[in-house]
Design a protein around this ligand. Structure first.
Ligand SMILES: Cc1ncc(COP(=O)(O)O)c(C=O)c1O
Length: 371
């Protein structure tokens, strides 16, 4: 028993699911690691150089809270092109999408407020909502992980504060169709609901053009990141845009918390915006195809449309956790679905390793499923 008087908000976080996998990973010799949720390519050279130069030039001080003007202008230019926006909009540069989520939730959630999350969900959402003393209301998206507007509508109550969407989705790899997003936009409009749209995997969309909630609904807090797109998860760079008053309040909170995103990383991220990452997306698409070809029929996996994850049903008669334990005994690391969901029926596989290793891992998983 610890003597430290921890706050309830910390006591209620259970990180045991993922930790178990990492603890086991540490014991294995050269495991085939399909649990890593970050790209296996490095930051573009040009961005690295810009970042190094920034440090050498002495750009090592606090920046403006909302981020350097050049980066905000470059993001605004690309958004204006993508969304056909005219006029000035507020942008906030954050310490990753995680930073944007933290600021948004702290700005919006009062104790007891309900936040709609689609299950399976990105784990951080659930914990950040609890940190703010909010209540997560989960809307089931099994078996195909599409957001169902009727189910979302049924979960709305007078206490509903916001709806969080994540497409392409971690952990499922699902990409929401424009049709689904339009239907959700109609519903949100009817209930005057703020939508947080976490689009940090927008560059990893393989079969159809990426559709953003921000195209269909003004009351969207749009968040995107640099972590996954440019392989700079450690640089802690993200941004958001949305209703002016909301961005202003979030900026105020950033002033009294993160202060600003890292100065040199802002310069590096600005340089990265010019880099073409289509080759990386092409490589992940090939790996997505490998995963689907190998596991589709044996596991009943539906083809994921984006990210670098597949959320795979465990073989019949086994929970996700049981199958993961078996996989780990056989040197393959995957994460049980119940880390991301109320259900323990699936596992998450990340195809963030080279194709030859991935092929070996897939072969072992298929063998185990058939054993
Ligand atoms: C859905 C989702 N949102 C946000 C994040 C956080 O990303 P960042 O590195 O930009 O904070 C992640 C990272 O895994 C993610 O998967």
């Amino acid at each position: 028993m610890s003597d430290i008087p921890f706050a309830q908000r910390v006591k209620s976080i259970d990180a045991s699911g993922i930790r178990k996998v990492f603890d086991l990973a540490a014991k294995l010799k050269d495991p085939i690691n399909l649990s890593i949720g970050q790209p296996d390519f490095d930051v573009p050279e040009h961005a690295k150089q810009a970042c190094i130069e920034a440090v050498k030039k002495g750009l090592n001080k606090y920046t403006q809270t909302q981020g350097i003007a050049e980066l905000r202008a470059a993001i605004a230019k690309s958004c204006n092109k993508e969304f056909g926006w005219t006029g000035e909009r507020p942008y906030l540069i954050t310490s990753g999408v995680s930073g944007a989520l933290m600021l948004a939730f702290l700005t919006l959630i009062d104790p007891g407020d309900e936040v709609l999350l689609l299950d399976p969900y990105f784990v951080m959402y659930k914990h950040l909502v609890s940190l703010c003393n909010g209540k997560c209301v989960l809307v089931d998206t099994y078996p195909d992980f599409s957001p169902n507007p009727e189910k979302i509508a049924a979960a709305i109550t007078p206490k509903t504060k916001l709806l969080v969407l994540n497409s392409p989705c971690n952990p499922t790899g699902k990409v929401f169709s424009a049709k689904d997003l339009k239907a959700i936009a109609d519903l949100a409009r009817k209930h005057n609901l703020l939508v947080v749209s976490d689009e940090c995997y927008n560059m990893f969309c393989y079969d159809e053009p990426f559709a953003s909630m921000a195209s269909y609904y003004d009351n969207t807090l749009l968040m995107r990141g640099f972590s996954k797109t440019y392989g700079m998860t450690g640089w802690r760079m993200g941004w958001c845009t949305g209703p002016r008053e909301l961005i202003e309040k979030m900026t105020m909170l950033q002033q009294y918390s993160f202060v600003c995103a890292p100065s040199m990383a802002q310069i590096g991220a600005l340089a990265a915006l010019d880099c073409d990452v289509q080759d990386h997306a092409g490589e992940y698409r090939q790996r997505r195809d490998m995963v689907f070809d190998a596991l589709g029929s044996t596991f009943g996996l539906l083809k994921p449309g984006g990210t670098f994850y597949a959320f795979v049903p465990a073989p019949r008669g086994m929970t996700g956790s049981e199958f993961c334990a078996k996989a780990i005994e056989n040197n393959v690391l995957i994460i049980p679905g119940n880390v991301f969901s109320e259900q323990d029926t699936h596992f998450r596989l990340a195809y963030t390793i080279p194709q030859d290793r991935l092929a070996k891992g897939l072969e072992i998983l298929v063998k185990l499923a058939k054993a």
